[in-house]
Design a protein. Structure first.
Length: 393
């Protein structure tokens, strides 16, 4: 079943106001999500925050159910978080490492994750094994398996990186992780909502995701998946009266499921909005959404390559909706300023966001144009015309 783009754009208040190619930053929120958030905020204002939460508890709990349905998780395997980084941190900083323990990372590692690894190199004496890419620009899975030793304690992989268009072979990494018995933490910040994700097919033990990007949910929302059989591999780096129960004067018990990775206070309206965003995607169909995104991105890459002086820097056997490019002479920062003036939204992609990849490939500061299923072919034509005018007129 094909997507009804006209109906989807009618559902998207911002679609007629801006040309939005910054979905890898934040997607444009659809009307039903906006209503879910504002309705709850209005309820809080009228009857009080705690009381509103109690009254809306069925909607709040449906957020867990919707996420479970979207990624194939079981009840009790989802923890809600304020963003993907904090969700990822809960696992990484909850792992017990000894000096000499090794962590596998990929070339696509995002700065927030790799900085955390470097901190534990400094404080705990761990060793990072950064796996090179194969000839397609994706994780070399065979080399990753060869890199596993008796001291390997964790595999950290990036499903879809912040730049380059790449969709990494997450399932193949999961096969290796399960075969070798090594915990597997997947950064799905850019993939959930863009690429169909099923944790049982992928085989990851932990997965972190955000609400604001391809899920089109509110900022300040995200989630962590923790496989039930893997929960004892990691202890939350902090606990509160929600994550644990104070059972005796000098004793406590953690919650038995993924809720031990949550904390008491949070953005209730946003979490309800996150659930509505997930339901919106489920109603459309994740497979149909990705097919549309990939088709638009491929059309954008082809059109950009036809513009004199443009270099498209995307890699990977499978590519998603993120398109990165630069011009031989015009600086990316200057291009963005001129696009901003025409109400065209893109993002700059800096080398320090993904330094392993950037330094290996010698990447400059790039323009990151990321499409979503609600974008159109006409927007691609307009965008590329503007790029040609900005760079070559």
């Amino acid at each position: 079943m094909s997507l009804d783009i006209l109906a989807i754009r009618k559902d998207t208040p911002g679609a007629e106001s801006v040309l939005h190619f910054n979905n890898a930053g934040t997607g444009l929120t659809p009307g039903p999500v906006l209503s879910a958030v504002t309705d709850h905020l209005r309820l809080e204002a009228m009857i009080g925050g705690y009381e509103a939460h109690h009254k809306a508890d069925l909607l709040y709990q449906d957020t867990y159910s919707a996420i479970e349905e979207l990624i194939g998780a079981k009840p009790g395997e989802i923890a809600l978080a304020e963003n993907a980084t904090r969700a990822w941190d809960q696992v990484f900083y909850g792992m017990k490492f000894s000096p000499g323990d090794r962590v596998i990372a990929d070339q696509a590692s995002y700065a927030s994750s790799y900085i955390a690894m470097l901190q534990r190199v400094k404080n705990d004496g761990i060793v990072i094994d950064a796996i090179p890419n194969d000839e397609f620009g994706q994780v070399d899975v065979a080399l990753l398996e060869k890199s596993i030793t008796g001291k390997t304690r964790l595999i950290c992989a990036t499903h879809v990186p912040t730049n380059s268009g790449l969709v990494n072979p997450a399932r193949e990494i999961g096969i290796v992780a399960q075969k070798q018995g090594v915990p597997y933490l997947l950064d799905a910040c850019q993939s959930v909502g863009q690429v169909p994700v099923n944790v049982n097919d992928i085989g990851c033990d932990f997965l972190s995701a955000t609400g604001r990007k391809y899920l089109r949910g509110p900022r300040g929302t995200g989630f962590l998946y923790v496989r039930t059989s893997s929960i004892d591999w990691v202890e939350p780096p902090f606990l509160d009266l929600h994550a644990a129960v104070w059972t005796k004067m000098n004793e406590y018990e953690m919650r038995p499921d993924a809720s031990r990775f949550e904390n008491w206070e949070g953005y209730v309206a946003g979490k309800i909005g996150l659930g509505r965003a997930v339901r919106y995607l489920l109603d459309l169909g994740p497979e149909q959404a990705f097919a549309r995104i990939a088709t638009l991105a491929n059309a954008l890459r082809s059109a950009l390559r036809a513009i004199p002086g443009i270099d498209v820097h995307d890699i990977g056997r499978v590519k998603g909706g993120i398109v990165t490019f630069s011009h031989h002479k015009k600086q990316a920062q200057d291009i963005k300023i001129e696009l901003d003036a025409q109400r065209i939204n893109v993002q700059l992609s800096f080398p320090e966001w993904s330094r392993l990849d950037a330094e290996t490939r010698g990447l400059p500061v790039m323009i990151r144009a990321s499409v979503h299923y609600y974008n159109t072919e006409q927007e691609i034509d307009r965008f590329c015309h503007c790029i040609d005018q900005i760079c070559n007129s």
